[in-house]
Design a protein. Sequence first.
Length: 249
Amino acid sequence: MHFWLVELYLVVAGVIGGLLSTIAGMASLVSYPVLLSVGLPPVTANVTNTTAQIFTGIGSTLSSAKELKSAQHATAMNAVFSLFGSLCGCILLLVAPAATFAKAVPFLIAFAGCLMFYTLLRQTPPTGGQAHPILKSVALFLVGIYIGYFGASAGVITLAILTVTEQLPFTTINAIKNFISFTGNGLAMIIFAFTADVRWTVALTMGIGFLVGGWLGPRIVRHLPIRKLRFAIAFAALGLAAYLFVTTY
């Protein structure tokens, strides 16, 4: 009975994480602490979480096919620079001591929460297409490093960059953000499969939930006001960062 409760726990966490990933880019606020709670060490939880999130990308890509088809060039170009960064981030995670990673996580999550607040509280809405292409490419490369290293709330950062550099509807920008996360996580999964301690059974179980949440998320974005939800997620990010800071230090 305990086994099936744990399996259900992982699937439900995956569904919620998939929704958070596609709506706000913050899946790891749920999935990472859930993996820690079932006994996985920090680095193992991180690489398993990254692997499981592949299923979110599959679901969101299928669900956002219309938006991605309307912006194929922008999708491909943005994803390429992020992929190069993701490769560097994976290498950084594998060579850095595990203790360093555990101590960095609370600050990474807090940064993501603060960035979300910043994007929500801006008095003047950003105008797309103003940034220099090189600056955008560098920014996406740096986000890719973050995706490969940890990735929690990387979608928030990606969404902020695309909002101020692309003259596209929000639903399309959100779809590109999801695709960038998908490709970055996919590359990381391939690398981690040969170099890290991925718990494949756990990743597959949580991945079922991620697939469902990833498929539902873009549909929710099309029909619901997301601003209030993102405020709630930003508060949750800061709360989780505070909790992990206390437990880590």
